[in-house]
Design a protein around this ligand. Structure first.
Ligand code: 4FV
Length: 253
């Protein structure tokens, strides 16, 4: 059963653009997932298809009206138990890979509400929205990019979307750590050489090196992730080796 996404937006062309290329395009063509794109203006009853209005209490900017959202849901997704409505906003839960895995396992149709202007009338969140997600602590001009970010992250977890499924399996082996360095031909480039272990054919040595690099990168750039990461005994050994080297460097400086 293909994964069903729907996006409610006043800029449908924005979505069509991104979904018309590469992996997502192929996944849609092979019915591994579907993305319904719905223009909210089609659910604004007035002849000007008005979707926004002035904020009660004053203040800058405009607020999106509740009616078009209620009309599209009642028209397309009347059964509460078959839908999961996600609002994209800075107030939402911070999206991450764990959330992507959750949504990848979700059987219900996933419907994204993409805001524009200052905000969407609160009665939409209070009565229609099941979950609110943020893609980061910054303010965007609209919810379309966040919806695409989530669709992209979830789609690649659907078996068959990424050419060889093992890439996500391999990815999950060190999930929670930052990635290890990757190299391809040529072996030597402008005096910069590929680490010898990667040419050794010794896969346990290669895996050990990659895990060590992943732990090192995480320790240096995202120690918060390392706090949460459950280290195995061999991981702890690698971490000790990394710390020894950096202590030696500190001592020698
Ligand atoms: C956003 C975020 C975001 C707020 C007002 C759209 C904008 C405008 N959504 N993660 N960060 N949304 O900035 O999800 O309507």
């Amino acid at each position: 059963m293909s994964k069903k996404f729907h996006v409610v937006t006043i800029f449908p062309e924005m979505l069509k653009a991104y979904l018309g290329f590469s992996i997502l395009k192929r996944a849609i063509q092979s019915n591994l997932l579907s993305v319904g794109i719905h223009n909210l203006r089609d659910y604004a009853p007035d002849k000007h298809k008005t979707v926004d209005d002035y904020p009660y209490g004053g203040g800058a900017g405009m607020v999106m009206k509740p009616d078009p959202f209620f009309r599209i849901v009642e028209s397309l997704w009347p059964e509460k138990e078959k839908r999961k409505i996600i609002l994209l906003s800075p107030q939402g839960r911070l999206f991450n890979q764990d959330a992507a895995c959750e949504l990848a396992r979700e059987d219900k149709d996933i419907i994204f509400f993409c805001g524009r202007y200052e905000a969407i009338d609160q009665r939409v969140s209070d009565n229609l929205v099941n979950e609110e997600f943020s893609v980061g602590d910054y303010i965007l001009t609209g919810g379309e990019l966040p919806a695409l970010v989530i669709i992209d992250a979830v789609a690649r977890l659907i078996p068959g979307v990424l050419g060889d499924f093992c890439s996500t399996k391999e990815e999950s082996f060190s999930w929670g750590l930052l990635d290890y360095p990757h190299y391809t031909r040529p072996e030597h480039y402008r005096g910069m050489s590929v680490p010898g272990v990667l040419l050794s054919g010794n896969h346990s040595a290669i895996n050990r090196w990659r895990k060590k690099q992943a732990i090192k990168a995480t320790l240096e750039n995202r120690p918060d992730l390392l706090e949460k990461y459950v280290l195995s005994d061999s991981d702890r050994e690698l971490l000790e080796e990394i710390k020894e080297v950096s202590n030696e460097l500190d001592r020698s400086n």
